[in-house]
Ligand binder design. Structure first.
Ligand SMILES: *[C@@H]1O[C@H](CO)[C@@H](O)[C@H](O)[C@H]1NC(C)=O
Ligand SMILES: *[C@@H]1O[C@H](CO)[C@@H](O)[C@H](O)[C@H]1NC(C)=O
Ligand SMILES: *[C@@H]1O[C@H](CO)[C@@H](O)[C@H](O)[C@H]1NC(C)=O
Ligand SMILES: *[C@@H]1O[C@H](CO)[C@@H](O)[C@H](O)[C@H]1NC(C)=O
Ligand SMILES: *[C@@H]1O[C@H](CO)[C@@H](O)[C@H](O)[C@H]1NC(C)=O
Ligand SMILES: *[C@@H]1O[C@H](CO)[C@@H](O)[C@H](O)[C@H]1NC(C)=O
Ligand SMILES: *[C@@H]1O[C@H](CO)[C@@H](O)[C@H](O)[C@H]1NC(C)=O
Ligand SMILES: *[C@@H]1O[C@H](CO)[C@@H](O)[C@H](O)[C@H]1NC(C)=O
Ligand SMILES: *[C@@H]1O[C@H](CO)[C@@H](O)[C@H](O)[C@H]1NC(C)=O
Ligand SMILES: *[C@@H]1O[C@H](CO)[C@@H](O)[C@H](O)[C@H]1NC(C)=O
Ligand SMILES: *[C@@H]1O[C@H](CO)[C@@H](O)[C@H](O)[C@H]1NC(C)=O
Length: 549
């Protein structure tokens, strides 16, 4: 479908916002993200399910990771950890990867009694060309003998599994700022503080280094033996990161990246709604900015979880498309303020997961809405095509600029630069638009009860010279029937659904925009002080990416 988008005429004065003027710079100083910006964090207890093992590799997961790798140039980095890394004890005679027991009184989402066997580490063999972060157990490691013994037993297994360039870094303990207050059962006394944390961290990491020197000397070398830390759950918990740093957390100078976790909200927190919490740029910005205030002087990576958003409890509700829009806004805003890589957290049966890796009694196998948001982010950051004004033969990562829209919290916009030159724009319209009964994503509303889908035109100008004589830009869309949709989601008319080709891309013929990307034509011979204007129409609950070709 081709659209002529030279000068758009605005024929009426709107009562709601239906056009915004975005100010875009042609170039920006370089502050690029790291490669593999779109990365994942997989719950420790779910790793065998996401990755499979030597005899049964999970090819669905591999396909989905491969798609992102092809788009952005590097497969996602995989952090293996989470609350369950601090419950996992080693049992050398366990004949399979992981034996987890759920205690609903502690958590119904993941097991809190866990044994791993030697074949757990086979899961590090199934994703090709992938770098990993493995999490060792500090929770029980500093609490009981079996926990410490687990560290002694698993360092040799983990380091052998992660040789040959597969290791990115280690973690030791997940969210230790919550160890003495955890809702799933504390593993430290109430008095536990930063100084004791640092003592235990140094004790454990020095033991890890000693075991590496003995078992995997290649991984004990300076520049290879490194951590991401402190992996705190947030900025307002019992332990504070700056204080931990002050107590000497990085005394051994082995912390490669400062890592912090963000929870945009909790499903049970009062007042959580899709529109007010996730599809709300002000909320996202405030939540990310809080990390910046605390960690401004440090290098960063980030592990993020959306709110466990659910329309109604216990109906097997899944994350709606609106949460995928949040994912795009969160990732790009984080990139714009200096986060270098984001690992979106997920586990088996987690409502906010990008995909469900296997069929279980609680959830069907499949690609979920957030994955499509991940694809959109990767497409925005991807290296420019050779025909783009931003193309350069030396590959470089994208610099992201936030383009503020003060008039409403439900729109957001970003620019991507490669080698300081504008390569792409992305526009988010996060006004909700429902097409299913009560917004539950299950029963489509009859066409008679649907209102026409509102839209906003994102209007911007660029110097005519920027287009270097070319007369078109490409527009790609992240789309679904509504922000409440849980199926029928597409990126530029591509589906990555499991049921089509096990997660490999399939071009759909039955969506409105098909066969090739839309192209917007730049007004010929029109100039406004040497500038060319474009307007891109973005429907409520959707995203449009503009590429200069
Ligand atoms: C959109 O852009 C055109 C061309 O620059 C301009 O004439 C028009 O006023 C803009 N409209 C809005 C709402 O910004
Ligand atoms: C370790 O695994 C073996 C084999 O499954 C089992 O018999 C034993 O009870 C396990 N030990 C623990 C402590 O779970
Ligand atoms: C490999 O995975 C399959 C499927 O989950 C499982 O049945 C099998 O026990 C696993 N093998 C080992 C050695 O863990
Ligand atoms: C799995 O763990 C549970 C709980 O600790 C235990 O009762 C069971 O024996 C374990 N199974 C195996 C095969 O080790
Ligand atoms: C390190 O921690 C282990 C387990 O808690 C403990 O046995 C050991 O004494 C500690 N070492 C030092 C030097 O504190
Ligand atoms: C171990 O955890 C228990 C709670 O499970 C806690 O009461 C105790 O203080 C912890 N012990 C140490 C040494 O941290
Ligand atoms: C490791 O390398 C860094 C940077 O090259 C250096 O500052 C540090 O002293 C080295 N540490 C050791 C133990 O060699
Ligand atoms: C959006 O987030 C801001 C900042 O948290 C909040 O003040 C505002 O009420 C939210 N908007 C809605 C509609 O909930
Ligand atoms: C739209 O759907 C969302 C959930 O997807 C729900 O929270 C909201 O109440 C719905 N709005 C209407 C007007 O039904
Ligand atoms: C999307 O809406 C169309 C009607 O406009 C309907 O035919 C289709 O089934 C809907 N798709 C999903 C996944 O609900
Ligand atoms: C669109 O095509 C896909 C793949 O053939 C199919 O799964 C889906 O049900 C179709 N959607 C509609 C609304 O017909």
């Amino acid at each position: 479908m081709r659209r002529i988008l030279s000068f758009i005429a605005y024929a009426f004065v709107p009562t709601v916002i239906n056009a915004v003027q975005i100010s875009v710079d042609e170039s920006a100083s370089s502050n690029p993200v790291f490669d593999g910006y779109v990365s994942y964090s997989i719950e420790f207890s779910s790793f065998p399910e996401f990755a499979g093992n030597n005899s049964r590799p999970n090819t669905f997961s591999e396909n989905l990771l491969g798609n992102l790798g092809k788009i952005i140039g590097t497969k996602p980095y995989i952090r293996v950890g989470g609350n369950t890394q601090d419950y996992a004890l080693y049992n050398a005679s366990l004949p399979y990867g992981l034996n987890g027991t759920i205690d609903p009184k502690r958590s119904s989402d993941y097991p809190t009694t866990i044994f791993i066997g030697p074949s757990f580490f086979e899961s590090y063999n199934t994703f090709k060309n992938t770098k990993f972060i493995h999490g060792f157990n500090l929770g029980l490691g500093g609490n009981r003998t079996s926990g410490w013994q687990t560290l002694l037993d698993t360092v040799p297994l983990a380091c052998k599994a992660l040789g040959g360039g597969k290791l990115f870094a280690w973690t030791y303990g997940n969210e230790p700022d919550l160890f003495s207050t955890s809702a799933q059962g504390p593993v430290r006394p109430p008095s536990w503080n930063e100084a004791e944390f640092v003592d235990q961290w140094l004790n454990g990491t020095r033991k890890i280094q000693e075991l590496l020197e003995k078992n995997c000397p290649d991984l004990a070398k300076n520049g290879t033996y490194e951590y991401i830390a402190p992996s705190f759950a947030g900025v307002g918990n019992k332990l504070k990161a700056p204080k931990a740093w002050g107590e000497g957390l990085n005394e051994d100078k082995n912390i490669k990246l400062f890592a912090t976790h963000n929870y945009i909200s909790g499903a049970t927190s009062p007042g959580v709604t899709l529109q007010g919490t996730l599809m709300n740029h002000s909320m996202t910005k405030a939540s990310v900015d809080a990390h910046i205030v605390e960690y401004d002087k440090l290098r960063r990576s980030s592990l993020a979880r959306p709110t466990r958003y659910t329309t109604k409890a216990d109906r097997g509700s899944q994350t709606p498309f609106g949460a995928a829009l949040w994912g795009v806004d969160f990732n790009l805003y984080s990139a714009s303020v200096g986060f270098k890589r984001v690992h979106m957290h997920m586990g088996t049966n987690y409502r906010y997961a990008s995909w469900q890796p296997i069929a279980t009694t609680k959830a069907t196998i499949g690609t979920k809405a957030p994955y499509y948001g991940n694809i959109a982010v990767a497409s925005f950051l991807a290296p420019p095509l050779p025909s783009s004004p931003a193309y350069s033969s030396s590959s470089s990562q994208a610099t992201v600029k936030h383009l503020p829209i003060p008039s409403t919290p439900f729109l957001s916009a970003y620019a991507a630069y490669h080698s300081t030159t504008l390569s792409r724009l992305i526009f988010l319209n996060m006004n909700s638009y429902n097409t299913t009964a009560s917004g539950e994503g299950l029963v489509p509303l009859p066409p008679t009860s649907l209102v026409p889908r509102p839209s906003v035109t994102f209007n911007f100008t660029l110097p005519a010279a920027y287009f270097k004589g070319k007369k078109e830009v490409v527009v790609k869309r992240l789309m679904a029937n509504g922000s409440d949709a849980i199926t029928g989601i597409t990126w530029d008319a591509w589906s990555y659904n499991w049921e089509l080709d096990e997660g490999k891309p399939v071009r759909l013929a039955n969506v409105t925009r098909r066969s090739e990307s839309e192209r917007a034509w730049v007004g010929e011979g029109v100039s406004d002080g040497g500038k060319v204007g474009l307007g891109v129409v973005v429907e409520a609950g959707s995203v449009a990416l503009v590429e200069f070709v």
